[in-house]
Design a protein around this ligand. Structure first.
Ligand SMILES: [Zn+2]
Length: 209
């Protein structure tokens, strides 16, 4: 192995060239100048490959960043479209006689939406849910909807939360055409587990009698 080969072997290690690439350059009856030219060509090729790899990586990175940003935007819009601003349900007890008293609550929405709601009560590790009654399927804004949470009979556990599931309206059926573009299912029927497009859990605050 001559001097040029030795130098090149060191460079080769540093450049991470494969042995067969080097052999392709050094093999045969090329003179020292030829070896150097070929070696420079290889170095150049390596560098260009590295540069285009870098720019491909940079392009991928900015594409990923753009996707993340638009994902964040979509989530922000989704949150902003949550149909209610209510933070609690005021629980009102109605009925004078024990055993015929009922617990009622109200909900207001800020845009036409579909709803399904259940009342829940949590024990240590079990959450019991019961359907509420009196809410229509479709809620409209600027109205207060009153619903029945439960009967308050002797010894019954008072429900502590109302769990609302909201969906955007279905344009053909509900005569309203706003929607959310976050990608979550847009109707109860389109959601295998029945999860709401928005899930809102509101505590029931009993109104002082
Ligand atoms: Zn959404």
């Amino acid at each position: 192995m001559n001097l040029a080969s030795l130098t090149a072997v060191q460079e080769w290690t540093w450049l991470g060239l494969k042995a067969d690439q080097w052999i392709a350059v050094a093999g045969g009856s090329v003179g020292l100048a030829g070896v150097l030219v070929a070696w420079r060509a290889l170095v150049h090729a390596k560098r260009s490959a590295k540069a285009s790899e870098d720019s491909a990586r940079a392009a991928q990175k900015s594409a990923d960043e753009a996707a993340t940003i638009s994902g964040i935007e979509r989530e922000r819009w989704h949150d902003e479209l949550t149909p209610t601003d209510q933070k609690e349900v005021v629980g009102q007890v109605e009925g004078r006689l024990p055993d015929v008293q009922g617990l009622f609550g109200t909900i207001r929405v800020n845009r036409v939406c579909r709803v399904n709601a259940v009342a829940t009560v949590r024990a240590t590790d079990v959450t019991t849910t019961t359907p509420i009654t009196g809410l229509p399927l479709l809620l409209r804004p600027n109205r207060e909807y009153r619903f029945h949470i439960q009967r308050l009979t002797q010894g019954v556990t008072v429900r502590s939360e109302v769990w609302f599931r909201f969906w955007p309206p279905i344009p053909e059926l509900d005569g309203a055409d706003w929607t959310c573009q976050c990608g979550r299912p847009l109707s109860k029927e389109a959601t295998p587990d029945g999860r709401g497009h928005w899930e809102v859990l509101l505590p029931i605050k009993l109104k002082a009698l």
